[in-house]
Design a protein around this ligand. Sequence first.
Ligand SMILES: CC(C)(COP(=O)(O)OP(=O)(O)OC[C@H]1O[C@@H](n2cnc3c(N)ncnc32)[C@H](O)[C@@H]1OP(=O)(O)O)[C@@H](O)C(=O)NCCC(=O)NCCS
Length: 141
Amino acid sequence: MALGARASSVEALERAYRSVVQNLNENDRVLIVAERAGEIVGMAQLARSSADNARHRAEVQRVAVAADVRGAGVGKLLMQAVEDQARGRGLTLLWLTTHAETDACAFYEAVGYTQLGVMPRYSTRPDGRLAPAAFYYRELA
Ligand SMILES: CC(C)(COP(=O)(O)OP(=O)(O)OC[C@H]1O[C@@H](n2cnc3c(N)ncnc32)[C@H](O)[C@@H]1OP(=O)(O)O)[C@@H](O)C(=O)NCCC(=O)NCCS
């Protein structure tokens, strides 16, 4: 490898590293919590892409509502809050994954997400078995 090529590659790595460190700020990860009577009953996270050419995009992660309050609209409120936070940060594309063929798919479709497809053997279920994931996205106008 020519010295010049190696030097520029090291510089590129250093730039990428510095960008990761500098961009670790509150705009890159948002934690949203739903409370009822002082108790946490739901959570969701928004993780902005760190790619230079995809700062408009974020992944919605770890959406969960406490079992005893499901079906009462908390999940929908969480997803609205996710969207509000995303818009406030100039994000225009949200995406997420969830285990395929579960109730969560109907939930995400009910709150406006479009399924792209299913990837096999994506992640483990609580029993350790590898299971497929459904990929979803939503564009914010
Ligand atoms: C999926 C989950 C977040 C939904 O939260 P929730 O508070 O029960 O959802 P809501 O009551 O706000 O429902 C919102 C919409 O989704 C639909 N929906 C919710 N759960 C559903 C289910 N099990 N089956 C079909 N539709 C469902 C509702 O009918 C509603 O639609 P509508 O607005 O047209 O009436 C919750 O069930 C949960 O935490 N599940 C376990 C963890 C999980 O699966 N997380 C997501 C994958 S990572």
